[in-house]
Ligand binder design. Sequence first.
Ligand SMILES: Nc1nc2c(ncn2[C@@H]2O[C@H](COP(=O)(O)OP(=O)(O)OP(=O)(O)O)[C@@H](O)[C@H]2O)c(=O)[nH]1
Ligand SMILES: [Mg+2]
Length: 429
Amino acid sequence: MSVLLLFTDSAKIFVKAGDGGNGIVSFHREKYVAAGGPDGGDGGRGGNVVFIVDEGLRTLIDFKYKRKYMAESGENGGAGNCSGKSGRDLVIKVPPGTIIKDENTSHILADMTKSSQQVILAKGGKGGAGNQHFATSTRQVPSFAKNGDAGEEFSVILELKLLADVGLVGFPNAGKSTILSNSSAAKPKIADYPFTTLEPNLGVVNLEGITSFIIADIPGLIEGAHEGVGLGHEFLKHIERTKLLVHVVDVAAVDGREPLKDFEVINNELKQYNPKLAERMQVVAANKVDLPRGKENLPEFTNTLEKDGYKVFPISAATGSGMRELMLYAAEMLSKLPDTFITDDIEEEAVYVAADEEPFNIRKEGKNYIVEGNWVRKIVGSTNFGIFESSQYFQRAIRTKGIVDALEKMGINEGDTVKMYDFEFEYQR
Ligand SMILES: Nc1nc2c(ncn2[C@@H]2O[C@H](COP(=O)(O)OP(=O)(O)OP(=O)(O)O)[C@@H](O)[C@H]2O)c(=O)[nH]1
Ligand SMILES: [Mg+2]
């Protein structure tokens, strides 16, 4: 069982689609032609504000700096039946998993989960008609045209629930919280005694113009952590879902331990807690190299671990030296590891069911549970089970709908089969 340590990133932005251009009043003019007919052209359409999923983005940090997004307006019409140019759409890229909510009602306007998914959030205004359209048999000289419609505008809240990408592990006092505070805006407590950190802390590391990611600082681990010593169990749970571990070692041995031994003990704890955690990609941060003892111990420490295939970064979390190199490397590794992101608590609003319709019913045939209903057919049809986030969405949706509870009430056992139209799976708690 793993506990999800989620970071909720959010930002409020204002979007405005382009206004439609105005239609104009104009009459045909030509030498020797006395009174030409109306030829005022239409205004162009305003550009839409379009949101698109960009797999390369991980956080909403960019929206904290730029908060106003306006698409281009349409141009006014011209004489000679010339239509104005349409405004260009404004395309806003968001990370996968972003939920867009109306600021006032909190309604979900879009749930940007799928790769390259596109949504027109604010529609551009229609261009106004030129006077050419208003000529009739009785009104041959229309002296009016229509103005363009205003583009839609509103404030929206972007929300993104993220799993931490990077977990900091190491002994108490190794400098994990100092690393977090130095690399992000998070302000964890830092002190020269062990177990300063009692609850995990999260922060966004922003490598401007390159990428951003979430880093988790957990309390220090000690020998026996995997059995729950020093609450190790609790903390290890939190980093099971991270993609990359930064193993922080105090190479200055301020607490009188041996750096290489520390490294081994922590890895041993990880392995005993969960072998998969020990196999997770690990980068080593040799911390406190600003101290003389740190400098002294560094060569042997680095040589030994590099022989074992580890990448070692000498850093001083206190002065900041080496931190950027470490974070850039972490970012590079993250871009190579598969993505994990989740969207939470959105099923009720994202899935519409008519009030008087039974969302599902379940029949039992031996060890098979057959789940049917319109809603069920729809969600099975719209789920791509080969895509992690899609099937994750599906799982949450059927749970929220009460299907899982209903199956349990009917006495379903682990290993029984659940059939939902084309989709069949083995029930697992
Ligand atoms: N000289 C020096 N001191 C550091 C450095 N990094 C951290 N420290 C100090 O080491 C002590 C422990 O730092 P923390 O960041 O609280 O360590 P931690 O790993 O989060 O500790 P726990 O929360 O107890 O697990 C503090 O007194 C820090 O100021 C460093 O690079 N150089
Ligand atoms: Mg700490």
